[in-house]
Design a protein around this ligand. Structure first.
Ligand code: ADP
Ligand code: MG
Length: 700
């Protein structure tokens, strides 16, 4: 039977229904998936030599028959000596601390051993060589020299089993491989053929060949992604036009009159970029990145007002209702002296109230609608939607941007994120967006001073905090969980020191035992919305001095007078989250302090806390985060709907990514639908992978 890429894995010889399931756990259902199941590394076995050819310090593989097995228990450490014999004579192998070997072999077995040769008492031998028992010497010799690939494996499905299966179908599959590029394109980029690359990645002769194969396949993968992104961008360009929203000196003056401060240079620059986009009927697709507190809201406000000046409506979509409310309040504050009508569309609103709101939206009486994903519901119809602002894009994913667009008009899109995205990732997930960055904080901000503190210094932190509160400052305490879990006192394994402190319990402790003279508030996600609102209001007004909380304060809360944040169990959080949390302080003119308590058990945990003390720069932190965690976290399919990478490593393959991006852009520039038949196999594979998540279905 000839195996094709569509052959179900269970029909490959030696697999069957049971193993097929194990393969499926690795995401392999078809033979074609095997071809793109890449090794993580390789073991190249040394040359096969006869024992008479060996010399001190050479690395070699020998094959011989086991003659004697001696276990020397009195030697220190205990030693197993095996004498083997080949055509050239006898040779000794020794292992320390490896008594189990004597149970695996008996005299007469054939053994293959490889390693470095040394001399002991004037005789050559190998010490602690790698070895295996050779069951079938002919098969062993005929496969010898083929490298051992290390495939990502599971407990039930070992790497060498995967390897054997791949070896079985590789010749058939390689025969059917279609080339992605015409010869001159490939040669200009020093790429092997795709067939060669796929063969070499599974059966390299040496590391260099494996490296070449990897480079080529990484490029293929990144080019597919960049093509998808470039096509999507080109498609947006040629799809429904948006309404041009031109500005003028008069409009600019009127908008700036509403702002209580002068914009920073970075804000002005970003606004110019947005104004230029909005002036044309090509829909804007812009990502606005700015660290927490960098002043994105005002920039968004400017875009909103420009839209309304052009007599169009605008929508702001936030990931949670709390944030939607905050945006609504914040923007309303700026608008008190204007005629602009803004409304909050809440998920809970129903019946006639909702109907009336929807009517006002659809007949154009309302200028700005703020809400959550609820804005995407079927019955929400805008009269003339000119601009959509999406906050915290990373919580939504690429798909959502489609939903508004599929309605009658194509609005302009501005996506805001306070999670700085490393540039490699910005080019991928958000690759079809133009990027604006606010890289300057409003004047008068002092960088937060961050310290990593030993747990036993908590009392000192309390007294320092008391001093600051006496001076009128406020503070946050952050805990990883809401309530202490029931402690099972019978459980002998439970170490009380490992228990995580919880917000509810610490709130009680801090209020009663530590700061009885102060007002300590509590905020967490399971409190009723009304109560949360009251607590936040009391914190904003200064009635509450210290707010004990879980990560619910992570995004959006703005209390410039809060200048201290104490995070216990700080090692429990990821870098991005710590940075977001810390962004709640340092928002006013006073010096702010962030104290990280935590006793990380892993190297990575230590690295995170150390990075936090070293920099306040969100982009640096994001790059470090990417290095520590890998792109999976940013890239999780559930979050973005983008497939993960099979071989490319976005933390390392930056140069190839750039190359692929340039190539994709120039290919699409001349041929927006990539109709050139030279690239048809590439296009087909690209669409198979990306058409759904990027909404490219119409292009195929
Ligand atoms: P972000 O949304 O990027 O986290 P905000 O837009 O909420 O930041 O701004 C943070 C704080 O800085 C707000 O209190 C805002 O009023 C203030 N702010 C923004 N821009 C300026 C500016 N140019 N000058 C002074 N204060 C500013
Ligand atoms: Mg904000």
């Amino acid at each position: 039977m000839t195996i094709t890429s569509q052959t179900a894995i269970q029909y490959i010889k030696g697999v069957g229904p049971h193993r097929a399931e194990l393969f499926q756990n690795l995401g392999i259902t078809l033979a074609g998936d095997l071809l793109e199941y890449f090794p993580r590394g390789y073991d190249f076995q040394p040359d096969l030599m006869r024992t008479g050819e060996l010399y001190v310090n050479c690395t070699a593989t020998i094959i011989g028959e086991v003659i004697t097995i001696d276990v020397n228990r009195r030697s220190k450490p205990p030693r197993v000596d095996i004498t083997v014999e080949d055509a050239d004579g006898k040779f000794q192998l020794s292992w320390f601390n490896a008594g189990y070997i004597k149970d695996k072999l008996i005299p007469g077995d054939i053994i293959s051993a490889w390693g470095k040769v040394n001399s002991y008492r004037n005789k050559l031998q190998m010490t602690n060589p790698a070895w295996l028992k050779v069951e079938n010497i002919d098969e062993y010799l005929s496969n010898y020299g083929s490298v051992q690939c290390r495939y990502p494996a599971t407990a039930e499905l070992a790497s060498n089993e995967i390897s054997r299966t791949i070896r079985r179908c590789l010749p058939d599959l390689l025969n059917q491989v279609e080339e992605y590029y015409p010869a001159n394109y490939r040669q200009d980029r020093k790429l092997p053929t795709r067939k060669e690359a796929l063969q070499w990645i599974h059966q390299p002769e040496d590391q260099e060949q494996a490296d070449q194969a990897r480079r080529s396949l990484v490029y293929d993968e990144l080019l597919q992604m960049q093509l998808a992104v470039a096509m999507r961008k080109a498609r947006n360009k040629y799809s429904l036009p948006a309404c041009a929203l031109p500005s003028s000196d008069e409009i600019d003056r009127r908008i700036r009159r509403l702002l209580p401060f002068t914009l920073t240079g970075a804000q002005d620059r970003v606004i110019n970029e947005i104004v230029a986009d909005l002036a044309t009927s090509e829909p804007m697709n812009r990502l606005l990145q700015g660290d927490v507190g960098s002043g994105k809201t005002v920039v968004a406000l400017y875009a909103l007002l420009l839209t309304i000046a052009n007599r169009k409506q605008a929508a702001i979509m936030a990931p949670t209702e709390i944030l939607a409310v905050q945006h609504y309040n914040e923007i309303q504050k700026y608008l008190t002296d204007s005629q602009v009508k803004i409304t909050l569309l809440k998920g809970g609103t129903s019946g006639t109230a909702r109907k009336q709101l929807l009517d006002e939206i659809s007949n154009g009486q309302i200028d700005i609608v703020v809400g959550t994903q609820a804005l995407l519901q079927q019955d929400v119809n805008f009269n003339e939607l000119g601009l959509v602002i999406i906050d915290e894009q990373h919580k939504f994913g690429v798909k959502q941007r489609e939903a508004f667009r599929s309605k009658a008009t194509a609005p302009h899109y501005l996506v805001m994120t306070a999670t700085p995205i490393p540039r490699t990732l910005a080019m991928t997930v958000f690759g079809d967006l133009d990027v604006s960055i606010i890289d300057e904080l409003p004047p008068g901000r002092k960088p937060v001073e961050t310290r990593w503190v030993r747990n036993d210094r908590l009392p000192e932190a309390y007294s320092g905090l008391r001093r600051l509160v006496k001076q009128g400052r406020q503070a946050y305490f952050v805990y990883p969980r809401i309530e202490q879990e029931e402690i099972d006192t019978e459980d002998p394994w439970l170490n009380p020191a490992q228990q995580l402190k919880a917000a509810v319990d610490e709130h009680r402790h801090l209020q009663q035992d530590i700061f009885p003279e102060l007002n300590v508030g509590l905020l967490h996600g399971q409190m009723p919305a009304e109560e949360k609102k009251q607590v936040m209001a009391d914190f904003v007004s200064g009635k509450i001095n210290i707010l004990v909380s879980t990560v619910v304060i992570e995004v959006g809360v703005n209390v410039p007078n809060a200048t201290v944040m104490i995070i216990e169990h700080a090692d429990r959080y990821g870098l991005a989250q710590l940075h977001q949390l810390r962004g709640r302080i340092g928002r006013g003119a006073q010096q702010s302090y962030c104290l990280l308590f935590g006793n990380p058990r892993s190297e990575e945990g230590r690295a995170r806390l150390e990075i936090m003390t070293r920099t306040n720069d969100g982009f640096k932190i994001a790059e470090e985060d990417l290095k520590l965690r890998g792109p999976g976290e940013f890239f999780g399919t559930s979050q973005h709907g983008m497939p993960g990478m099979k071989i490319a490593d976005l933390t390392r393959d930056f140069d190839l990514l750039n190359m692929a991006r340039r190539d994709a852009q120039s290919l699409i520039k001349d041929d927006p639908h990539l109709t050139n038949p030279d690239f048809s196999a590439l296009k087909r594979d690209m669409l198979q992978r990306y058409s759904q998540c990027l909404g490219l279905i119409d292009i195929s």
